[in-house]
Ligand binder design. Sequence first.
Ligand SMILES: [Zn+2]
Length: 216
Amino acid sequence: MKIAFVFAHPDDESLSSGGTIAKYSSTNHNVSTVCLSSSPIRKKEYLDATKILGVQSPIIFDYDDVANHEKEITKDFISFILEFQPEIIITHLEKDYHSDHRTSYSIVREGIEWAAHETQYENPHLVSKLYVAETTILIPNPHILVDITEYYEIKESAIKCYKSQLYKGGENFYIKFHKHRTLMRGAQASTIHAEAFSQIPLKKNSPFYESKHSEL
Ligand SMILES: [Zn+2]
C-alpha cells in the first residue's frame, strides 16, 4: 500500500502518528510523509526525525506557514498526489485548535478532489481512504487504534529530534503528553501503546472522475 502522512508542521507527523509511520515503513508499505511548511531549523529536525521513523523519501515544502499560502500549497500537494498516487492519506482533524492544522485538512480535501479530475489531468488519481489523526486535540470516538507498542521507542526518539519545540508547554510536556496519550489508546486497544485515527468518507464517483462506480 502507498500511504501518505500529510501534516502542517515539522513534528506533527511524529507526535500524531510516529509509531504508525514506523510500523508501516518497516513492513513492506510505501510510506511518504509530507510536511506543508518549514523553517531552516525545523527542516533539519524533520529530516532527522523521519529518518528515525524509516521514511525513505520525506517531503517538506518551504512555505513559512500554511494558512497564508493555501492556494500555492494546494497546487504543490496535487502534484504530490499525482506523482506518488497514495491509496491512503492521513492528516489533521478538521476542527483542530491550530489554524494551520485546519487549513491543512482543507488543503488535503481540496487536493484529493482535484487530483481525481480527468478533465484537469492526463493521469488523475483518486485516493481511496482518508484518515485523521490526533495531535493535542483528541478524537472523541476513534475508528481505528493502531498497536504501536513495538514502535513506541522509535516514536519517542523521533519526537526528541525536535529540540527547538521540546521546551514548549513546560518541561517534557510533549514527551509526557504523547506517552500518556498512546498508553490511554493502548488500554482501549488491549495493548500497551496505540495511536488513534478516524476515517473521513470520500466520494468515489463524480462526473469528473475516471471511475464512476465502486464496490461497497
Ligand atoms: Zn502543527
